[in-house]
Ligand binder design. Structure first.
Ligand code: GLY
Length: 584
C-alpha cells in the first residue's frame, strides 16, 4: 500500500489539517471469496449464485445483466446498451462496447422542425427516440469470449425471477412509482407495471410472463432471435406502427466492439475505464490528472480550497467532453492528448487558485483546448477476475414503450446525441458536431465502468448511474479512497459536487457544503446551487478496507472491518436503497 495521509500523519511526516474523514456510514460488506454489488438485491443474489456454482465473474456479470432487466426495469435492460471493463487474472484487460447505434434511416436533423428548432421530447419519448439495442449481443459476446458456463446456466435464475415473480421491497416499489403516469398511457405497459391501474406496492409480487418468454427464447436460440428473429420483428413492427424508423437491417447489422480500455494513473494507482464512444474514462482521467497537481488530501475533504480546484478541473475537462469526443467509428478522438499529464499541467497553469473562471470564457478550439438512468454493477470472483459494467436505457424506463408482448422497455438513447449542436439535452449538456446524429453512429455516453489497479491487481471496481454526473461521481469516489482515506462504503455514500462547464453552475448535494464554505466559494466567483442527491455508485475494494490507517479509536466507537489480503469489501450506494452488496 502507498503511504496515505493518515499513516503519514502518525509518522509525523505531513501536515493534514482535516485528517481522514470519518463519515457515519455503515461498514462495507466483507467476504473472503467473491462479491457482487448491484442496484437490486435479487440481481446481486443471482450473481452470487453463479459464483457459488463455480462460474467466474464474467458468468456472474451476464446473469446480473439479465437479472436487472427483470428486477430493476427502470434501468436494467434488454432494450438498451452499455459498456464493460474487464480485468482478468490471466492478464487480460479489455473493454466491451455494446452501446446502441442510430438506425440507418437516422439523419442529423431528425429532431428539428422546419425552422431548425428542437421538437420537444421527440428524442426522448416513443419510437423515434430508440437506438438499436446492444445489451443482448454485448452480454452474449462477453459470455462466449470469457465466461465458463452456458447461456442456459447463467440465465436460469433470471428466467425464474420473471416467471415466478419477485416480492417488491420499498425501494423497488418507489422506483416503479416514478413511472406511473407514463405506464398509464401504454396499455401493454400498464398491464405489467400497474396493478389494475394502480402502482404496485411493497410486499406485492411482480410477475413478468412476457419477459420470461423473451428470456427463454434468448436462452434457447441466442442473440439471433433478438437481432434476426421474432424479437427484432416485433420491435420493428411496433416502431413502424408508431412512426419510428427502426428496420430489420438495423438489427441484423448490429455489432459489438471489443477494444482496449482507456488508461491513466492517479497518485500511483492505475485506472482502466471506458474509451469513446464513452466520454467517461477519458474525462475522469483528465479531471484526476489536473487534480494530481494539488494536495487534495491535505486541503481537506470539501474545504473551499479543495472544492474550488475540483470545480475548475471538472469545468475544464467538460469543455473537451462536450466538444472533442464522439463515436470513434465516425470521428477522430484526441484521447492520448486529453489523458496526458502534460495537457493537465497546461490546464493547471491557467487555473487561478483564488478565483473561478467564467465558463463563457472557456471555449473549445481556444488554448489549451484547441484541436478539435443507467445502472452499474461491480463483480469480483474468488480467483480475482473483475468485471465493471454499466448499461442503460437512458431516462427512467427509457422511451417508455414496450414493443407488443416482448416485455422489455426500449431505450431513448438518441437523446445522447447532440440533436442540435449547441442546444442542451436532457442532462443540460451542450455538445458539438463530433456527437451529431448519423446513421449507424453510437451516441456519446458518460458511462464509466472503471477498475483501479494497485501493483497490477484490482484495488477498486466501480461505476455509477447519473448521466454526465457519472464522471464526477467516479472521480470523487476514487479521490475519497486515495486522498481522504475512506472505506468503499463511505466513498460512495459521501456527498458530491458536480460542474459540467455549461451551465456555469456548481451543483452540490444537500448538506455537501457548510454555509461558510458556500460563502467562500461564492466570493471566489462560483454560482453554487443545491440539488437533491444524484447517482448510485456500486463499488468493491479488495485487500484492505482503507488505503490508510484510520487513526486512534474513541472508546465505544464502531468496530471497523479488518484488512485481510484477499478480502473483498462491497459498498452499495445508499442513494439507491433497493441495491445490495452480497459476498460469499
Ligand atoms: N445515457 C446516459 C449515458 O450514456 O451517459
Amino acid at each position: 500500500m502507498i503511504l496515505r495521509p493518515a499513516a503519514a500523519l502518525v509518522a509525523g511526516l505531513l501536515f493534514a489539517p482535516s485528517g481522514p474523514v470519518m463519515a457515519v456510514s455503515p461498514p462495507p460488506v466483507q467476504a473472503a471469496n467473491g462479491m457482487v454489488v448491484t442496484s437490486q438485491h435479487l440481481a446481486s443474489a443471482a450473481g452470487i449464485s453463479i459464483l457459488k456454482a463455480g462460474g467466474n465473474a464474467v458468468d456472474a456479470a451476464v446473469a446480473v445483466g439479465y437479472a436487472l432487466a427483470v428486477v430493476h426495469p427502470c434501468c436494467g435492460n434488454l432494450g438498451g446498451g452499455g459498456f464493460a471493463t474487464l480485468d482478468l487474472v490471466d492478464g487480460t484487460t479489455t473493454f466491451f462496447n455494446f452501446r446502441e447505434k442510430a438506425p440507418l434511416a437516422a439523419t442529423a436533423t431528425m429532431y428539428l422542425d422546419d425552422a431548425g428548432e428542437v421538437i420537444p421530447r421527440l428524442s426522448l419519448d416513443g419510437y423515434k427516440a430508440v437506438g438499436v439495442p446492444g445489451t443482448v449481443l454485448g452480454l452474449d459476446t462477453m459470455l462466449q469470449r470469457y465466461g465458463t458456463l452456458s447461456r442456459q446456466q447463467v440465465m436460469a435464475p433470471v428466467i425464474e425471477l420473471a416467471e415466478e415473480g419477485y416480492v417488491l421491497t420499498e425501494g423497488d416499489a418507489a422506483i416503479l412509482a416514478i413511472g406511473t403516469e407514463w405506464f398509464e398511457t401504454e396499455a401493454n405497459v400498464a398491464a405489467i407495471f400497474l396493478d389494475d391501474g394502480a402502482p404496485w406496492q411493497q410486499g406485492e409480487r411482480l410477475v413478468q410472463s412476457d419477459l420470461a418468454a423473451t428470456l427463454k427464447a434468448i436462452a434457447a436460440d441466442g442473440p439471433d432471435v433478438f437481432y434476426k428473429g421474432a424479437i427484432a420483428d416485433a420491435v420493428v413492427a411496433a416502431s413502424t406502427a408508431h412512426g419510428g424508423i427502426l428496420a430489420k437491417q438495423d438489427f441484423a447489422d448490429y455489432t459489438v466492439v471489443e477494444t482496449e480500455p482507456v488508461r491513466c494513473s492517479y497518485r500511483g494507482y492505475e485506472i482502466l475505464s471506458a474509451p469513446p464512444p464513452s466520454s467517461g474514462g477519458t474525462i475522469i482521467c483528465e479531471i484526476l490528472n489536473i487534480l494530481e497537481g494539488y494536495p487534495i488530501g491535505e486541503l481537506g475533504y470539501h474545504s473551499a480550497a479543495g472544492i474550488h480546484r475540483m470545480t475548475e478541473a471538472m469545468r475544464q475537462a467538460f469543455v473537451d467532453r462536450n466538444s472533442a469526443l464522439g463515436d470513434p467509428a465516425f470521428v477522430e478522438n484526441p484521447v492520448a492528448r486529453l489523458v496526458s499529464k502534460d495537457y493537465a499541467a497546461a490546464i493547471r497553469d491557467g487555473i487561478d487558485l483564488e478565483k473561478a473562471i467564467k465558463s463563457e470564457d472557456l471555449k473549445p478550439g481556444v488554448a489549451p483546448h484547441e484541436g478539435t438512468d443507467t445502472t452499474h454493477f461491480s463483480i469480483i470472483d474468488k480467483a480475482g477476475n473483475a468485471v465493471s459494467l454499466t448499461y442503460t436505457i437512458n431516462a427512467w424506463f427509457g422511451a417508455r414503450v414496450i414493443a407488443g408482448d416482448t416485455g422489455f422497455f426500449l431505450n431513448d438513447e438518441m437523446d445522447d446525441f447532440a440533436i442540435k449542436p449547441g442546444a442542451a439535452n436532457m442532462f443540460g449538456l451542450v455538445q458539438g458536431s463530433a456527437n451529431a446524429v448519423a446513421p449507424g453512429k453510437r451516441p456519446l455516453s458518460s458511462m464509466s465502468p472503471t477498475v483501479v489497479l494497485e501493483d497490477g491487481k484490482p484495488l477498486m471496481i466501480l461505476g455509477s448511474r447519473g448521466g454526465p454526473r457519472i464522471i464526477t461521481i467516479i472521480a470523487q469516489a476514487i479521490m475519497n479512497v486515495v486522498d481522504h482515506g475512506m472505506d468503499i462504503k463511505e466513498a460512495v455514500n459521501m456527498p458530491r459536487i458536480h460542474h459540467q462547464w455549461l451551465p456555469d453552475t456548481l451543483f452540490v448535494e444537500r448538506r455537501a457544503l457548510s454555509p461558510d464554505t458556500v460563502r467562500m466559494l461564492t466570493d471566489m466567483g462560483h454560482t453554487v446551487e443545491e440539488r437533491r442527491n444524484w447517482g448510485a455508485a456500486h463499488a468493491i475494494m479488495i485487500g484492505s478496507p482503507r488505503t490508510d490507517d484510520e487513526g486512534p479509536a474513541e472508546p465505544g466507537s464502531q468496530a471497523r472491518p479488518l484488512a485481510a489480503p484477499d478480502y473483498r469489501f462491497g459498498g452499495s450506494d445508499d442513494r439507491n436503497p433497493a441495491g445490495a452488496a452480497i459476498g460469499h
